[in-house]
Design a protein around this ligand. Sequence first.
Ligand code: PMP
Length: 475
Amino acid sequence: MRKIGGPSLTGHVGSETSVCAYERLRDGRRESYQPEENVVRTDPQQPHGSRIDLYVDRYADRARSMIASEIRALFAVAARPEIVSFAGGSPNVAALPLDVIGNMASQLIAGHGSVALQYCPAHGDPGLREKICEVMALEGVHAHPDDVVVTVGSQQALDLITRIFINPGDVVLAEAPSYVGALGAFAAYQAEVLHVPMDASGLIPEALDGAIARLAAAGQRAKFLYTVPNFHNPAGVTLAADRRRRILDICSAAGLLVVEDNPYGLLGFEGEPMRALCADDPDGVVYLGSFSKTFASGVRVGWAVAPPAVRDKLVLAAESAVLCQSNLAQLLVREYLCTQPWREQIKIFRELYQQRRDAMIDSLEALMPAGCQWRRPGGGFYVWMRLPAGLDAKAMLPRAVSSRVAYVPGTGFYADGQGAQHMRLSYCLPEPDRIREGVRRLAGVIEAEIDLRDTFGSGGMHGTVGVDTPGPEVP
Ligand code: PMP
């Protein structure tokens, strides 16, 4: 707030001596003036800068392909307490021993602050890299700490791997559907994504073979295959053990690098963790891991394990992106792994997510109208649901939010416009009772949508019903 009277106002809104009430943009901020108060108020809520993009014709081509994820737009709405959100993939960090972690953090700073608050090697803290090798041994991987590059979540590893391999127009093979954050990274580097179908047992080897052959016939070769083999986000399926060797053989015959993104591998509800693809072909696979789902997403610690030449490029790319990542976060994770019963904690997470999976599947079975299809995930966070024919999950979303339930429409998980008839439902965060209530609300919205369809036909529905995905098939 400031008193006026200086020459700055003349020429804008009247003479210096008689200024009338006004509202205007000044330096991009909304400003209002009431003559009786003789003060100018600046709206503190207004962001700085004009909303008009003065640089619209100057961005690099790659900036044009950067698009906000479907999930980001939803976060603000889905966070409202009255909404049951099945939208995010946020882990249930409240189940961690927060007091213990708080003490660890304060001791780290008070006792070792001169190291913890300092820069560290771009490669990552050596002690943490050793512990990461221990974690990966649970999936049959015997990596050396030198093979590990610590990253700012596995999202940064996705960005780095895309950055070092992709020129504009290069092809990436990815499951249909695929993780939205990976698609965002691929789009940012102007990759072309070719989706390969899945079924109940994950990526279909024959379909992968076919995609590689089609590319070859067109004189093209994909740069890598991106796959989430365990408890897929969003499809919920897991690559069957007998398919793993075949996928590796197909890729190796085609000289195709595999990017194995595995944040959920230790969150299976039954049996032992599956053997990682990387365990059987360390030269043909870059493995991406994360502590986001087994510890805490807010620490932003993930990693990549890569063959030495690729690892060196990843380190160079990481240096140019962030110089090094947070030493404090790395040391906190290292301390947690060294001093806390982390395997027990993962078991607690597994049981908690299993209960929520059960709550979701039981209520879907009890409440969803005929024509909705899904399958029971064996771990992880997600149910992928197919709507009855003629319904469009994206067009329906505003009506769902009005009914206080949110999900992510399937279109976010495809680079080519498929997915309109699907939605991703996350059960990781709401309590079981809230899950049941959310499914009840969602069932009501879908029933109303079916009524609309039956009354007006799908041509009368809002939005477009896109080409639908061939997989994963749902029962
Ligand atoms: N890959 C997959 C398949 C994911 O589901 C996620 C998180 N939702 C990530 C990568 C990124 O995880 P983070 O950056 O938190 O490690």
